[in-house]
Ligand binder design. Sequence first.
Ligand SMILES: [Zn+2]
Ligand SMILES: [Zn+2]
Length: 366
Amino acid sequence: MTQHVRALLLTETGKPQEIIDDLDVDLPLDHEVLVRTCACGVCHSDLHFRQGKWTTFPLPLVLGHECAGVVEKVGPQVTYLKPGDHVVGCLTAFCGECRYCLTGRMYICEGTGLSRTGKSRARLRYKGKDIAQFVNLSGFADMLLVHERALVRIDPEMPLDVAAAVGCAVTTGVGAAINTARVRPGETVAVFGCGGVGLNVIQGARIAGASRIIAIDRSEKKATDALRFGATDAVLATDDVVGRVVEMTAGGVEHAFEAVGIRATAENAFAVLRPGGMATIVGLLPEGERISVPATALTFDRRLQGSNMGSNRFRIDIPAYLQMYKDGRLKLDELISRRIGLDQVDNAMVALDSGDGIIRSVAVFG
Ligand SMILES: [Zn+2]
Ligand SMILES: [Zn+2]
């Protein structure tokens, strides 16, 4: 038995997504949870799929992965959640059994058994055909049917539109600084890119106690806005940005973060490191892209690493981030530039590349 729900469907890359009223969402099987979606943020990763830069999922597809809602129904064997619980979804669902989960790195879980792949029916169907689920979530729909280990229960007093933003942008950015790079009190930090993720790297570095946090962006407004999130300096991304940062920090920073997703900024992040420094690539570079660094720089213990979804343990991290928000230590209201309807999501997604000062647009449902 299924139900028809409203959703935003991508049928062809590079073309506008359309609203449909008849996405079939199945009922929960073992370990699955049906969630009434209340909010879903518009993230750059969604745009990459809309543009066809990434092609991991077959079309048609319902995008959206920064989502929060209320549990409607739970399937057999679900003990963690019950109807009425407020939840945030995370795209790094964990199986709890693979070598990564068992070594505390559930953010790179192998994911066995988390989707319905190979089972008799799909979670989502459209016009009688099975369709793929985007990162086990597909959040731009009135209902989500997900594995229970893609969800974290949150304080029901927390506004769900704010909580949604924590599911991707905050977990990715704050986690990159705190979990992946482990920024220490007193260290110096440079952050390339002051969008939704970059601002959260800055917040993470501030919470970790960094002494200096240099915000870099090609938009002067974005770099300056980053001062409100804890950056100590705003620098325009011009041709001599590397020299500028090295000069400002008398030899380079201890931590640099790339939060744009392009080769030049990734290479610049490595170039501003002092000996012993670490560059953490948070932005998602296009498929097939390569980056190169001078080999001699590695001699002095400089390191380059990736960060997947802020190396999160999201059932621990997300409630902790929401508590920091409650305590006034993490700025979340300021991240949400506007609340929109599902019919405005496609425009908001395309506008992400225009640098018009919008940090996060969150679609609210109902
Ligand atoms: Zn995202
Ligand atoms: Zn696992």
